[in-house]
Ligand binder design. Structure first.
Ligand SMILES: O=c1ccn([C@@H]2O[C@H](COP(=O)(O)O)[C@@H](O)[C@H]2O)c(=O)[nH]1
Length: 521
């Protein structure tokens, strides 16, 4: 379905009060801040027809094969009836209770043993209603392989039904609904965020902890238990910008940085506005814009404030301190005036950070050192990567000393650090509080103060024709222990960028929660 018509349907559902915000009880007894009440549809025939057409369209798109259709009673019953009547499909009715007279059947309609029945449902939370209907159909000798649902609350229904051999095809997802209502100013950012948090915190599906033979399933390989983003934000010696980023990530449940590699300012601003609610950071290559103006950077800053994300100009500074100072502050782009974060190669030595810091530190900016690259054959590996980490640890140590001295705290610690620096590193002149982390493929420093950001991420591992190499969000965040995924073409080249961004956000957050061991699964 076209994005526009999906958006207009969501707004119509909101108009007729089929989407309610407040405190409601679900079938399971769980209290929810959002309630989808599609029972009201029967009073709006045009909307009823629109929804039915949409469901049938999805059936065709998926190429589903079946002998009959059954709507889950009661709300989906009229939907199934309209579809079956309009397209002359055989329909079955599942009774909630058997009659105590006549045929006493639980499934009404004609069918043969072994026939396949397609289930239609209005809203799914855990998937239990669909499963109940499927179980009644199984008792009658029918098979169920697929189900279609208009509204998926994204609380584990897809996974639960998949574990029972039923593929669920959702049409509208909860996160899509929230994004459309937010963009249309039907709800505010706080409401959207609290509903998102509720949905993510209340996944109803727990896969069996064992395989069919009672043997425990192998544990997914993840890095060791560690601090959450929120806990790391509270550490005493974290750079304020890293604190801000970690807090944004926790609040928006997003570790997604979109790489906005487009060549027109208008398109970039449009991306920032539409994907803003889903991301913690927007990465730019300002020098690929064909029409950069100072107004563009002002508008980008306003959008970063509006949607609460940081801007990262991927400038990859790599010259002597004096030159990078000019490149960062001046020229056409005046990067330091609008970008919260920049990055630098460590090849020139500490001078590059010192030069950048002279400009960025007074403005509260931060810098990521490029310790590894995602491209095939990169030379930033092994000893080079370790040297970059050592350089960053040095900068962090200096920051810690500054904190101790300025707050007149822990003089003993300060002395020990000073000795360590002068003996081991002998670079005590550098500016301290500027390096906030790394561009890397995996976690390369155990210091929780540092942010690890990884480019080369797509839903499927692979690469492009020019040497880019991709790993999945799960691999990067859960197995490799990085903090932020940077995704460019995985989103930019998707037919629906917003939908793609949302699914990267969701995968990224799930991989992170799995790593922390606090997932509902
Ligand atoms: O090692 C690196 C460092 C930076 N990048 C940048 O990230 C994006 C990736 O874009 P995709 O479309 O997702 O491949 C791009 O801006 C690169 O310049 C990187 O890929 N690898």
């Amino acid at each position: 379905m076209e994005n526009e018509s999906m958006d207009s349907l969501i707004l119509k559902l909101h108009d007729v009060n089929a989407v309610k915000f407040g405190e409601y009880k679900l079938k399971s007894g769980m209290l929810t801040p959002i309630y989808i009440d599609l029972r009201v549809l029967v009073s709006y025939p045009a909307l009823m027809n629109q929804v039915s057409s949409l469901i049938y369209q999805r059936v065709q798109e998926e190429g589903l094969q079946f002998d009959s259709v059954c709507g889950v009673p009661y709300t989906a019953l009229p939907l199934a009836t309209i579809i079956c009547s309009r397209h002359e499909l055989p329909m079955l009715i599942r009774r909630k209770e058997a009659k105590d007279y006549g045929t006493k059947r639980l499934v009404e309609g004609s069918f043969r043993e072994g026939d396949t029945c397609l289930i239609i449902e209005d809203t799914v939370t855990s998937g239990s209603s669909i499963l109940e209907t499927a179980e009644v159909l199984y008792q009658g000798g029918l098979k169920v392989t697929d189900a279609i649902v208009l509204m998926d609350r994204e609380q584990g229904g897809v996974e639960m039904l998949a574990s029972q051999g039923i593929k669920l095809h959702p049409i509208i997802s909860m996160f899509k609904l929230l994004n459309v209502l937010l963009a249309a100013e039907r709800i505010n950012a706080q409401t959207a965020q609290s509903v998102r948090k509720f949905i993510l915190d209340n996944n109803t599906f727990s896969p069996r902890k064992e395989n069919g033979n009672g043997v425990p399933a192998p544990k997914k390989q993840c890095v060791e238990q560690e601090l959450s983003y929120a806990d790391r934000a509270k550490l005493p010696n974290v750079h304020p910008l890293a604190t801000k980023l970690l807090n944004i990530m926790e609040a928006k449940q997003s570790n997604l940085c979109v790489s906005a590699d487009v060549t027109s300012s208008e398109e970039l601003l449009q991306l920032a506005d539409s994907l803003g609610p889903n991301i913690c950071m927007l990465k730019t290559h300002v020098d690929i814009l064909k029409d950069y103006t100072a107004t563009f950077s002002q508008k980008l800053q306003s959008l970063a404030e509006k949607h609460n994300f940081l801007i990262f100009e991927d400038r990859k500074f790599a010259d002597i301190g004096n030159t990078v100072k000019h490149q960062y502050e001046g020229g056409l782009y005046q990067i330091s005036s609008w970008s919260h974060i920049v990055n630098a190669h460590a090849v020139p030595g500490p001078g590059v950070v010192k030069g950048l810091s002279a400009v960025g530190k007074p403005l509260g900016r931060g810098c990521l050192l490029i310790a590894q690259m995602s491209s095939q054959g990169s030379l930033a590996t092994g000893e080079y990567t370790k040297a970059v980490v050592r350089m960053s640890v040095h900068f962090l140590s200096l920051y810690y000393i500054t904190l101790c001295v300025t707050h007149n705290l822990g003089f003993g610690f300060t002395a020990v650090y000073l000795c360590y620096l002068s003996l081991q590193l002998n670079m005590a002149e550098e500016q301290p509080d500027f390096v906030i982390g790394f561009i890397c493929g995996s976690k390369i420093s155990k210091k929780p103060e540092f942010i690890h950001m990884t480019p080369g991420v797509q839903m499927q591992a692979g690469g492009d024709a020019l040497g880019q190499q991709y790993a999945t969000p799960e691999e990067v965040l859960c197995n490799k222990g990085s903090d932020v995924i940077i995704v460019g073409r995985g989103i930019l080249e998707a037919p629906d960028r917003l939908k793609a961004a949302e699914s990267y956000r969701k995968s990224g957050w799930e991989a992170y929660t799995k790593r922390l061991g606090r997932s509902g699964q």
